[in-house]
Design a protein around this ligand. Structure first.
Ligand SMILES: Cc1ncc(COP(=O)(O)O)c(C=O)c1O
Length: 399
């Protein structure tokens, strides 16, 4: 007997659950890749992608995962020996910096650790100390998927402007575009990277680089530009074939078309943000009540700096792994493993798990996960405040 039999729920922080309509749109024979329906459809994706990023500027599409988008952002703007400032708040920004270092870029790293967001005073200090303006770009992740922290991207722009520093601002929104609020133009972001597989509800395999006109000027002097990753032909193709520098990712594009219809034209981006905010608050409410009488702690203490798309949780000694195993075996739910040293020095990764609540996710999915977690804690004898689920339901009821 297994209570897990039934529809399985992959509640990891990406790839996220895809709408059946997205899957169905991809279930078709390959189209002509030179003329016809596909060509018209791709041109129509661009304005909707811009809407999701809140920009009127440029977007280049790649057949790549997030790492590919990272590399594209770096190659198009920087030269070997250029200095960048990397603002680490978990695995991902540090990983982007490691990639840059491997490409011959000089990385100045400020590591804010595993439990908190970017401290702007330290950023201001580093920028002010750079009197010769050697720092060409500041790299930050809006939501670091390992720690589940949310950084204030607009605050970094304000900090750059306050010290009159000309560096470009790069934001990784791979884990949070179309989940957490983001305004590329209003926040003065020069380069934003994202992927298809999280808030955009499409299979992994497409990467997007949005770039400002100012970032495009930097491309003129960048010596890392390579023909394949060059964003210019992709953002402004003379012929359709150049959008992807070769054969288009045909089926991803059909899926993405439907996903963007759902986000931009049906639900509306503000409503999508609101849905993610309410569902995230429901998760936090349950965790906070459970923690009143037991070991459960959200990794990020301050609600204002928590992501709306993923929550990293410390369940107490060894309990992260025990709970993940119990959920798979008894609830048909797969939760995320801890990533990138979130446990910190001397900590234990088995204490942690991550709950993905991004993309095509709704009340019954989130409450199902929370109710199953509460049942799991009871089954495993993990002490917890008894009314966590009620607290989550109250958040949902209030909308
Ligand atoms: C914030 C963030 N940046 C970068 C990446 C890397 O993306 P990918 O695994 O698609 O290469 C991820 C993946 O989870 C991520 O969450």
């Amino acid at each position: 007997m297994s209570l897990a039999n039934g529809r399985h729920y992959l509640a990891i922080p990406g790839p996220s659950v895809m709408p059946d309509r997205v899957l169905q749109a991809m279930h078709r024979p390959a189209p002509n890749i030179y003329t016809g329906q596909l060509v018209d459809m791709v041109a129509g994706l661009v304005p909707d992608l811009r809407t999701v990023a809140r920009t009127t500027q440029n977007v280049a599409m790649y057949i790549a995962n997030g790492h590919g988008a990272w590399e594209a952002a770096l190659t198009n703007t920087l030269s070997r020996g250029d200095r960048i400032l990397v603002l680490g708040t978990g695995r991902f920004c540090l990983g982007w910096g490691e990639m840059a270092a491997a490409m011959g870029i000089d990385c100045q790293i400020i590591d804010f650790g595993q439990r908190s967001d970017i401290d702007m005073s330290r950023v201001a200090e580093a920028l002010a100390a750079d009197r010769e303006h050697r720092i060409r770009a500041v790299l930050a992740v809006q939501v670091d998927t390992s720690t589940s922290v949310k950084n204030d991207i607009e605050g970094i722009r304000r900090t750059l402007d306050a010290v009159d520093h000309p560096a470009l601002l790069f934001a990784d929104c791979i884990a949070c575009l179309a989940c957490d609020e983001f305004h590329m133009d209003d926040w003065g972001v020069d380069v934003m990277v994202t992927g298809s597989q999280k808030g955009l509800m499409t299979p992994p395999g497409m990467g997007f680089v949005f770039f400002s006109d100012k970032a495009d000027q930097a491309r003129a002097r960048a010596d890392l530009v390579t023909p394949y990753w060059d964003w210019r032909p992709r953002a402004n193709p003379a012929e359709f074939y150049r959008y992807f520098n070769g054969t288009a990712p045909t089926h991803h594009l059909y899926g993405l078309r439907v996903a963007l219809d759902m986000i931009v034209h049906e639900e509306g981006l503000e409503n999508v943000w609101h849905r993610h905010a309410v569902l995230a608050r429901a998760v936090w409410a349950a965790l906070e009540v459970w923690g009143q009488a037991g070991p459960v702690r959200p990794n990020i203490a301050d609600r204002n700096t928590r992501s709306h798309s993923v929550t990293t949780v410390n369940f107490g000694p060894g309990n992260g792994k025990r709970m993940r195993d119990w959920m798979t075996a008894n609830a048909g739910v797969t939760l995320g493993i801890p990533l990138g040293g979130v446990e910190g020095p001397g900590g234990n990764a088995d204490d942690f798990l991550r709950i993905g609540h991004m993309g095509h996710v709704n009340t019954h999915m989130v409450l199902g996960v929370l109710a199953s977690l509460q049942a799991g804690m009871t089954a495993l004898g993990i002490p917890h405040g008894a009314t966590g689920l009620e607290a989550a339901m109250k958040v949902i009821a209030e909308g």
